[in-house]
Design a protein around this ligand. Structure first.
Ligand SMILES: Nc1ncnc2c1ncn2[C@@H]1O[C@H](COP(=O)(O)OP(=O)(O)OP(=O)(O)O)[C@@H](O)[C@H]1O
Ligand SMILES: [Mg+2]
Length: 276
């Protein structure tokens, strides 16, 4: 095994992830971050026309489509109970998709387990219980690398560069951290697998506006390294303002889909979902 965690086929090859003003080749311009050639018209990750629910219960998702392109940020918004978390779980393989498909880089992964999806480069930070509170910060990061057999210290250092407060608190129990710091641990843990897609369910839940802005800045930074971000957000206005693509879900179905900017400018979306 190579000592360089960046030498395998998956994950982020751009070491500038954590270096402000680093040497990344991706353009910082909004919506233009995709490195490398792309097959036109095919999103990197798509949950395509997903219909399904929990166990044998009624369908929660109805023909729901969620997608994200390489190195872009896609944001899912909508009222409580709309099925945002359910859509994320469906894309990650935690839910039976009765109709529709999930494809990653063109490959049908609809029937893969979540673990198998992690091995393919997907990482998911769930809405709740997303850290091990009785473990230290660093142990949480190590847990995130359970699938890896190579040297993980380099990745841990990159994550500490991205979230410097975690370096300071690395020996502290994660349960003792503030809400914003816990979310950094959760995102850091997910990044330990060197994913190509990072899925975040309400990463700014319960944090102050300043911490929220900071987290969004870090998320943008991660996307600039070529990692795709698929994110659910309660702070719809702010999230759409950093989104290349936005999805408004209502009752398990797509209500509006457009660029983040177009959704923010749409009077109907504003009136119904963004508080005017
Ligand atoms: N584990 C579960 N088993 C059965 N039904 C569930 C489960 N989780 C969620 N549901 C139901 O699925 C529907 C969608 O819930 P979901 O959590 O996906 O909504 P959400 O848009 O993420 O809401 P919120 O904004 O509150 O996080 C709700 O009716 C909810 O009761
Ligand atoms: Mg939810």
């Amino acid at each position: 095994m190579s000592g360089n965690p960046y030498q395998d086929g998956r994950g982020n090859k751009d070491l500038s992830i954590t270096r402000p003003g680093g040497t990344g080749s991706a353009e910082p311009e909004h919506g233009d971050r995709a490195p490398g050639p792309r097959v036109e018209g095919m999103p990197f990750l798509i949950g395509d026309a997903m219909t399904g629910g929990y166990g044998t219960g009624a369908d929660i998702l109805h023909d729901c489509t969620i997608a994200v392109d390489k190195g872009q940020i896609a944001v899912i918004v909508g009222p409580n109970g709309a099925g945002k978390s359910t859509a994320m779980k469906a894309v990650f393989g935690m839910l039976n998709v009765r109709k529709g498909a999930v494809r990653l880089d063109g490959e049908d992964i609809t029937h893969l387990t979540p673990q198998a999806r992690v091995a393919k480069g997907m990482a998911f930070v769930p809405q709740t219980s997303n850290i091990f509170t009785s473990m230290t910060v660093e142990e949480n990061l190590e847990m995130g690398a359970f699938l890896r057999r190579d040297n993980i210290q380099r990745t841990i250092d990159l994550i500490y560069d991205l979230f410097p407060i975690l370096r300071d608190k690395r020996r502290q129990l994660a349960g003792e951290l503030s809400g914003g710091q816990r979310q950094q641990v959760a995102v850091g843990r997910a990044l330990m697998t060197e994913p190509q897609v990072l899925m975040l369910d309400e990463p700014t839940a319960g944090v102050s506006p300043i911490v929220m802005d900071e987290l969004f800045d870090r998320i943008i930074e991660v996307a600039r390294t070529g990692i795709s971000i698929l994110m659910v957000e309660q702070n719809a206005r702010q999230a759409l303002s950093i989104a290349d693509k936005g999805y408004v879900l209502v009752q398990g179905a797509n209500r509006y889909t457009d660029t983040g900017a177009a959704l923010l400018a749409d009077p109907d979306v504003r009136k119904s979902f963004l508080g005017g």
